[in-house]
Design a protein around this ligand. Structure first.
Ligand SMILES: [Zn+2]
Ligand SMILES: [Zn+2]
Length: 122
């Protein structure tokens, strides 16, 4: 996949110094400027005061926790420590799977064993 993100090189969520007013509180100066999702049309910027920024961070943490909870695509078990990762065998162009910690660990162990077998360890 080669998404065109335009001239913006910072990642979503990067902090920029804000100079305007808070998006939700026009009477408060914005202390944070948050870059939203970047797409081919550019990116959205949100100006936030301290309070809104704190809420935003809580939301982000909740989203991360939610994203980490679900069913592991490798072992099919319910997990709360899912991460996106690729299957080593499919290489770096393989799709991303939601994989639990136990499966990630055993995949790492397998990869390490393979390296050991071929004598690539030091
Ligand atoms: Zn605000
Ligand atoms: Zn698993």
């Amino acid at each position: 996949m080669s998404a065109i993100t335009g001239p913006i090189s910072t990642m979503p969520g990067a902090h920029h110094s804000a100079s305007g007013m808070c998006d939700s509180h026009p009477d408060r100066p914005a202390t944070y400027r948050i870059q939203g999702e970047t797409d081919s049309f550019g990116c959205e910027m949100h100006d936030m005061c301290d309070e809104c920024y704190a809420e935003h961070c809580e939301g982000m943490a909740a989203t991360a926790a939610e994203r980490a909870t679900g069913t592991c695509e490798w072992c099919g078990k319910h997990a709360t420590d899912l991460r996106s990762m690729r299957d080593y065998e499919e290489g770096s162009y393989g799709r991303l799977y939601d994989v639990c910690l136990a499966c990630r660990k055993s995949a790492n162990d397998r990869a390490q064993e393979e390296l050991d077998r071929y004598g690539y360890h030091d």
